[in-house]
Design a protein around this ligand. Sequence first.
Ligand SMILES: [Zn+2]
Length: 111
Amino acid sequence: MRICPRCGQPGKLINERKGKRTYIYIYHYDKSTKKTIKCYIGPLLKYKYVEQFHNLNLDNIRDTNYLTIAWKSLLKYVKQNSSKDDKREIVRELMEFRRKIDKLIDDVWKG
Ligand SMILES: [Zn+2]
């Protein structure tokens, strides 16, 4: 079961092939009406790309604030790459990242 990014309800992730393309839906079964409701999520290729690129779960696809997505990705990366033995490498990477962010802020500010 997945949480549907469209309606927020749990459902089953289904790939539907139409012609050459495959599309992703989440199927919700309504017990009271005994009907299945489909929520369209998106084309499979795009979905896979987005999920891999952001290294996030589909549950977060509703989150279209890319700064929030980037921040979550950064936290996940730091968590995965912080060993207790040697923090120098991740600290070096974070300092480089901070330098780039500072430059970006300057560039945006100055227009
Ligand atoms: Zn839904």
